[in-house]
Structures are given as structure tokens and as C-alpha cells.
Write a protein that binds this ligand. Structure first.
Ligand SMILES: NC(=O)c1ccc[n+]([C@@H]2O[C@H](COP(=O)([O-])OP(=O)(O)OC[C@H]3O[C@@H](n4cnc5c(N)ncnc54)[C@H](O)[C@@H]3O)[C@@H](O)[C@H]2O)c1
Length: 231
């Protein structure tokens, strides 16, 4: 696979797990954040998660070392210059995401693909930040991103097939499962999750059951790993 260098912008809750997953897939991974302390925390989290993987027998110690060594960190967006895929995981603010993608556009090669890990913002609107919106799509990871299997690959109205193919290939190499979603608020998961959350609060308001029992019903009756009040 020719796309060996990837970058992640934003090294918080999601960014560190996404970088971990990409490095585990064999990619040379550049993790970028505006805040140096965030990068230090991300590095410590990745090291701790790798150590946990070794402790649980999921990884050899030598593999954990190799994964950690494939991740470099930077506060400079220019460090993404060689990346064929950049995944943005900065806070959920449209203007901030636009600023990040505009900056990336000036740094990366014209054929680099830009993915956003947004949970619910419009991919089409995010893609409007760059001259060629065909290169932009959603790659919606779940927390913790180095463990959770699914990535929602989300097409904006102008997302090109090259970008979709790149996201699917990278996800596959990282051992992830994918679903492809067309532009729609909340994609598949966040949309259904919002309904479950709303309904649970209505049930509580109507006195149908206690929060604890609603959580218990969903976990033991519907096999949800967590109840809506536990999130
Ligand atoms: N937390 C979740 O469970 C979850 C799940 C799926 C998707 N998401 C989405 O992922 C994105 C990131 O969420 P998070 O929870 O990881 O946020 P977070 O606040 O934990 O991390 C965001 C990071 O981005 C950095 N940052 C801010 N501005 C920046 C800039 N201009 N350039 C570089 N770095 C910058 C911050 O310093 C911080 O380290 C959001 O769009 C969110 O909706 C979150």
C-alpha cells in the first residue's frame, strides 16, 4: 500500500486513540496538536494503553515498542506535509475545523485525503473550507478508538470515490470494520444514540422507571454495553 504516512490533528480523547490505531496498522503516524502539554498527555496515554495491551496478552512487548516508535508528535501543522491521509480530531466547532483544513490545504500535497472525526457536523459544510471538497470525508471513530472496531466512513455531497477508497483501505489495514454513510445529520450511530438518550429522559420524566432500572433494562434486555444514563 503506497499511503504509508498519515497524520492526526488534535491529540485529545479521540486523537491519541486514532494515532495508536493507525500506528498499529503499520502507518508512520504524525500526531499534531496546538498545545504541547496535550501531546505529552497523548504520548503517555498511548504508552499506557500499549502496556495494557501487553499485560493482557494482546500484543508482544516488541510490537508495542514498534507501534510507539511509529508515532511522532509536533505542534507544527507543517509536520503533516508528507501525509496521504490526515484525520482531524479537534473540538466540535465548525470554524475551528475550517481553520485546520485551510491550513492543511496549504501544507499537504494536492492528492492527500482529509478526514474529519466529527460526531455530528455536516461533512459537506466542513469540506467547503478547501478548494477541492472531493478530498474531504468523515471517518467517525468511537471511544476508545484504538479498541472500538467500527469506523463510520461518511460521504459529504461532493466527496470523491478516491477519498472513500483511501479511508476504507486504511481502516482495513488497521483491522477496523467500516460502514459507508451518506451525508445525514448524526450519521447512523449518533442519530440513533440521540433518540435512545431522548427517550430514556422522557421515560424518567414520566416516572416509567428509575434511571438505574432503565439502564439495567437496556443492558440485560437489549444487550447494550452501557445504559443511556451511564454515558
Ligand atoms: N470524545 C468522544 O467520545 C468522541 C467520539 C467520536 C467523535 N468525537 C469527535 O472527535 C473530535 C475531537 O473530540 P475529543 O473528545 O477528542 O476532543 P478533545 O478536547 O479531547 O481533544 C481535542 C484536541 O484538539 C486540540 N486542538 C484544539 N485546537 C487545535 C488546533 N487548531 N490545531 C491542533 N490541535 C488543536 C486540543 O488541544 C485538544 O488536545 C470532535 O469533533 C468530537 O465531536 C468525539
Amino acid at each position: 500500500m503506497p499511503h504509508d504516512v498519515v497524520a492526526v490533528v488534535g491529540s485529545g480523547v479521540m486523537g491519541n486513540g486514532i494515532a495508536h490505531s493507525l500506528a498499529a496498522g503499520g502507518f508512520t503516524t504524525v500526531l499534531i496538536d496546538a498545545v504541547p502539554q496535550a501531546l505529552e498527555r497523548a504520548r503517555a496515554t498511548i504508552e499506557a494503553n500499549l502496556a495494557e495491551g501487553v499485560r493482557r496478552g494482546k500484543l508482544q512487548a516488541s510490537e508495542a515498542l514498534a507501534i510507539g516508535a511509529r508515532i511522532s508528535t509536533s505542534v507544527d501543522m507543517a509536520a503533516a506535509r508528507e501525509a496521504q491521509l490526515v484525520i482531524e480530531a479537534v473540538p466540535e466547532e465548525m470554524q475551528l475545523k475550517h481553520a485546520v483544513f485551510r491550513k492543511l490545504e496549504g501544507v499537504c500535497s494536492a492528492d492527500a485525503v482529509f478526514a474529519t472525526n466529527t460526531s455530528a457536523l455536516s461533512i459537506t459544510e466542513i469540506a467547503a473550507a478547501v478548494g477541492n471538497p472531493a478530498r474531504v470525508l468523515g471517518m467517525h471513530y468511537f471511544n476508545p478508538a484504538h479498541i472500538m472496531k467500527l469506523i463510520e466512513v461518511v460521504r459529504g455531497l461532493q466527496t470523491g470515490e478516491t477519498a472513500v477508497a483511501m479511508a476504507l483501505a486504511v481502516a482495513q489495514r488497521c483491522g477496523k470494520e467500516t460502514v459507508v454513510i451518506n451525508e445525514a445529520p448524526g450519521f447512523a450511530t449518533s442519530r440513533i444514540n440521540a433518540m435512545i438518550g431522548n427517550e430514556a429522559f422522557y421515560m424518567l420524566m414520566e416516572g416509567v422507571a428509575s434511571a438505574r432500572d432503565i439502564d439495567k433494562a437496556l443492558k440485560l434486555g437489549l444487550n447494550h454495553p452501557m445504559g443511556p444514563f451511564e454515558r
